[in-house]
Design a protein. Structure first.
Lengths: 652, 337
């Protein structure tokens, strides 16, 4: 277990390398362990990654795990303000609470979980997915229209691949790797990490823009957790109970918790600019999720996530069949094992938090390191992490595409979280909708559970509207409703308009493509693309006429104000070229050599570092890729295309 | 004269060196098993257990490692084996047997010719069964035939037995079936069956046996039908689907559409054009591994069944699928489209 924690710790911190990826990489070693060791190892590792992943998200603005992306939105701005310590303190403490809550919930749920989950059928799951999608509005910050379009975009991305029911190919361009859809891991990494790298290069400074005070107020963060204990508790509950639904993992629950934190706050406009509640909510939820997913895995043998699927494999090898017997006491069942799991979660989290606090001082200092030294390292991790999840090179390309998209979106003040939420919930919603109608006809719409959830959705949608109107009448002044007069009523045809029109074009094209998908394959794309295109048009009209919303509270919205525009443009171009160059190098000469060349060249030529530090860092990163991943873990990196083209004939 | 002798000597030397190199080809080499499914799943588990023992049975005892290449139900791995992998005997592919049928039926995405692969074998002949819950009221084949409403079975997607078996059964032996597609896996089908949404589903007995063990023991779930050529040792009294087939054509459809693809489900292959002697070496090693007591003990620990089919037999089974009557293929295409 301790080894598992140690590895989980490292993995969580390293961006790009997710829990499932590592579990997959570690499997060869797991096979050599006794089942009990294996299981403590896996669970210990899984329990920890979400806590340490939060650290990376806060410090670098790069998701340490796909499941910790939401901590970036508020945690990273805090780090930039020199409040990294406070954010970390809050994230770690709330993570601990979340994990403990999840573990306790797991223990308490044991007697009731089977009847509870069995009353849920596909229709209820569909309504829950729908409920999740309505959270898009709350995630959009001030740019509601853009948020809705981004949400539609995310839902549309989710339709790429084979349609779940009719198995027709949708938007795959004949590419086999797109059959399974776009992976969440490469999207999340690209979406957040690439823009952050660009920002780091443009700023040409360390991450913290303000001098970090003594430890940046870790205790302040711990205190915050207790001040907002109710929020932490609610978000933990969100994490645990949503995760009981198969298909909903921490990648979803974190955003729901974040949205909840925003919704329940009296002053929303602070969010995205470093509100500590925005760190507390997801911090708690992504950890409490583990308890919830274990419930479904243990009680039904339905793995709620990849991590759980691997854990389940370990169960079966040990001769434990997930199901009712896991919940019955000995001698007939294995309740003791289930409780052992509860303890593993508790103990590994407590240990992690202790370690985190011990190292916080060093961790916070990272934000003061010169950006240039970090960039090659981060880029290498991004590429390796994207590849190692599925061992598919195309995923590395997806990172690049979504990196570009993410960067453009931050530039023009588009909120990114709704897109991710749509991507996560889209498949679930589509699948469950068809399963509901196939199983029950239209009768599913009047199931009591469905009606109850519908009521919840309606209240959730209408409540903010009602309360805002009430507030507005109370305030008297109707300031928000009058659009700020833009600089004249001139038409604006700049980048923002171009991006909006691109989105409209994409939706239009997607609609056109979907004409021969048939009802079963096409319903969902139509339902997404039509509103997407219309809302996109509305946004375009706003952009063109200059009636713009204030920039969304995204982490990078205020990125470039310190650097003069021309310098910023030059540096952006440079770093973009470096990134693209690195990717081409990976393609041409393989991961190891490309890392060697890239790190060396970037540090020496790009950043003009001294030889000593350049060589040391280059050696380090090559040792990392070649030694650890290629040789140590046996990641099957493809050999570079150059070697394929010029391979000696007949050689083997 | 001297020159001729020297030349002959040289030729002899070259020949000796060549044969020697051949027999020692695998010395210090690494053989990769490319699995088309994710780490931790069934395919992966088989491959990793095999990888731990296969090397010992190859002259030169190469290291054998497992790589996972995910996507499109292992179609990516199968295409990779055909188009990209070097035919040098150092790459072994492990993908779904249903893909061979996919090629026969001309389904999209297939970029390999199954007739050209060099087949290594199958570690376990799988068999498909239909398991239904007691709550559905269908606990026997007679009850199923007499069911007033179509019995709801869960499906994962085309090319899997959960989808294909119900379709073939409905088309050949007129069982009342409503196939509900779109579940993410057999685990989700089990959950939906337990919540009463579905009656059950049809998939590999080996998986049903281990993941639904408790429900089978308590009688909450029963196996109503087996789609096999002869009854499985575990299920001597469960009726065979083919015994209900009224025509020879129906029997052939069940055989080609369900029984054969399931039986060769976990197949292992070498890239087209792998040198014949290396194919022979590896085929022999595969068979030897399957009989190795250490391997069998390891397989037992990993809870996987072994009932192997060698490379020659697998090659014949695959070739037979391509010899099907075109009319039958057209019919099957209609059923499985």
């Amino acid at each position: 277990m301790l080894i598992g924690i140690a590895i989980g710790f490292a993995v969580g911190i390293l961006p790009g390398l997710g829990g499932p990826t590592t579990l997959a990489l570690m499997l060869p070693f797991v096979f050599k362990m006794t089942p009990v060791e294996a299981f403590a190892f896996l669970l210990g590792m899984a329990a920890v990654t979400n806590t340490t992943g939060d650290i990376t998200s806060i410090l670098f603005g790069i998701p340490g795990e796909p499941t910790t992306a939401s901590t970036i939105v508020d945690g990273h701005p805090m780090a930039k303000r020199g409040e990294a310590g406070r954010a970390l303190g809050a994230a770690i403490t709330s993570s601990l609470f979340g994990a403990l809550f999840g573990a306790v919930a797991l223990a308490l749920a044991i007697p009731v979980v089977r009847p509870l989950v069995l009353t849920f059928g596909s229709p209820e799951f569909f309504m829950l997915a729908l409920l999740g999608i309505t959270f898009v509005a709350a995630l959009s910050g001030e740019a509601v229209l853009k948020g809705l379009v981004a949400g539609c975009l995310g839902l549309w991305f989710a339709t790429i691949g084979l349609a779940p029911v009719s198995a027709i190919q949708r938007y795959t361009f004949g590419q086999l790797f797109l059959w399974d859809g776009i992976g969440l891991v490469p999207v999340t990494i690209g979406f957040f990490a690439i823009p952050e790298v660009i920002d780091l290069a443009v700023q040409g400074s360390s991450i913290a823009k303000v001098e970090v005070g003594r430890l940046g107020g870790v205790w302040q963060g711990v205190r915050d957790t207790f001040t907002h204990w109710l929020l932490v508790l609610r978000c933990s509950a969100i994490g645990t109970f949503i995760a009981i639904i198969p298909g909903m993992g921490a990648a979803t629950t974190q955003w729901l918790a974040y949205a909840h934190a925003v919704q329940s706050s009296p002053n929303r406009e602070r969010f995205g600019r470093g509100a500590v509640e925005g760190v507390l909510g997801p911090g708690a939820a992504n950890n409490s999720t583990l308890g919830g997913s274990l419930v479904t895995t243990i009680a039904f043998g339905v793995p709620a996530s990849v991590t759980m699927a691997i854990l389940m494999g370990a169960f079966l090898i040990q001769g434990l069949v997930p199901g009712p017997s896991m919940l019955t006491p000995a001698p007939k069942g294995h309740l003791a094992v289930t409780f052992a799991m509860v303890w593993t979660i508790v103990v590994s989290n407590v240990i992690t938090v202790a370690i985190c606090f011990a190292f916080l001082r060093q961790l916070v200092k990272v934000t003061e390191i010169r950006g240039a030294l970090l960039i090659p390292f981060i880029l290498m991790l991004i590429a390796v992490g994207a590849f190692a999840e599925k061992n598919v090179f195309e995923d590395v390309m997806i990172v690049l595409v979504f990196g570009a998209l993410g960067w453009v979106m931050t530039r023009f003040g588009w909120p990114r979280p709704p897109l991710l939420l749509g991507l996560v919930l889209g498949p679930l919603a589509e699948n469950k909708l068809f399963l509901s109608t196939d199983n029950y006809g239209l009768a599913w719409t009047v199931r009591p559970g469905v009606l109850a959830l519908l009521a919840v959705i309606l209240v959730g949608l209408l409540w903010p509207v009602v309360s805002r109107r009430r507030q507005r009448t109370r305030d008297g002044a109707d300031a928000a409703a009058t659009p700020r007069a833009g600089p004249g009523e001139r038409w604006r045809l700049d980048g923002a308009s171009a991006f909006s029109s691109l989105i409209v074009v994409v939706f239009g094209w997607a609609l056109w493509q979907s004409r021969d998908f048939g009802v079963r394959g096409g319903l969902f794309p139509w339902a997404v693309c039509v509103p997407g295109a219309l809302l996109g048009l509305a946004q375009l009209a706003r952009d063109v006429t200059g009636r713009r919303e204030s920039p969304a509270p995204d982490a990078l919205a205020d990125a470039t104000d310190a650097v003069p525009a021309d310098v910023a443009a030059r540096r952006t171009l440079e770093i973009a070229l470096w990134i693209v160059g690195f990717w081409i190098a990976i393609w041409l000469i393989g991961f190891s050599l490309a890392t060697l060349a890239m790190t060396l060249l970037y540090l020496k030529v790009g950043a003009r570092e001294r030889w000593g530090i350049t060589l040391v860092l280059t050696a380090l990163s090559v040792a990392f890729v070649y030694g650890l991943f290629d040789k140590g873990l046996g990641v099957p990196f493809p050999s570079g295309q150059l070697f394929v083209w010029f391979a000696p004939a007949g050689g083997s | 004269m001297k020159r001729a002798l020297a030349l002959a000597l040289l030729a002899l030397l070259a020949w000796v060196a060549a044969t020697d190199a051949q027999s020692r080809f695998f010395d210090g080499k690494t053989v990769r098993i490319v699995v088309g499914f994710s780490a931790g799943g069934g395919y992966d588990t088989y491959s990793r257990v095999i990888a731990r023992h296969l090397g010992r049975h190859v002259p030169g005892t190469p290291t054998v490692i497992v790589e996972n290449m995910l996507g499109a139900g292992s179609l990516i791995a199968a295409n990779h084996l055909s188009k990209v992998a070097k035919p040098d005997g150092l790459t072994v592919g492990n993908f779904a047997g249903g893909l061979v049928l996919a090629q026969v039926l001309g389904q999209p995405g297939v970029e390999f010719d199954a007739r050209k692969f060099e087949w290594l074998g199958v570690p376990s002949r799988e068999a498909c069964v239909c398991a239904l819950t007691k709550a559905s009221g269908v606990t026997s084949l007679a009850a199923w035939m007499a069911a007033a409403k179509p019995v709801k079975l869960g499906g994962v997607g085309p090319g899997t037995s959960t989808d294909d078996a119900p379709r073939v059964l409905a088309a050949t032996i007129n069982l009342p079936i409503q196939l509900v597609r779109g579940y993410k896996g057999t685990a989700e089908i089990r959950l939906a069956a337990e919540s009463g949404e579905l009656a059950g589903g049809c998939w590999q007995w080996e998986s049903v046996k281990s993941t639904w063990r408790q429900a089978l023991e308590s009688g909450d779930v029963s196996v109503v039908l087996q789609i096999t050529t002869k009854p499985l040792p575990d299920l001597p009294n469960v009726p065979l689907a083919s015994s209900l087939a009224k025509t020879e054509e129906a029997r052939q459809l069940i055989n080609a559409g369900v029984i054969v693809p399931t039986e060769i489900g976990r197949l292992y292959a070498l890239p087209p054009g792998t040198p014949a002697d290396r194919v022979q070496t590896l085929r022999a090693a595969f068979v030897a591994t399957m009989r190795d007591p250490e391997f069998l003990a390891d397989a037992k620990r990993s809870k996987i069944d072994i009932d192997a089919m060698g490379g020659e037999e697998l090659a014949r089974v695959v070739q037979d699928l391509f010899k099907l009557d075109p009319a039958l293929v057209a019919k099957l295409k209609g059923i499985l489209k």
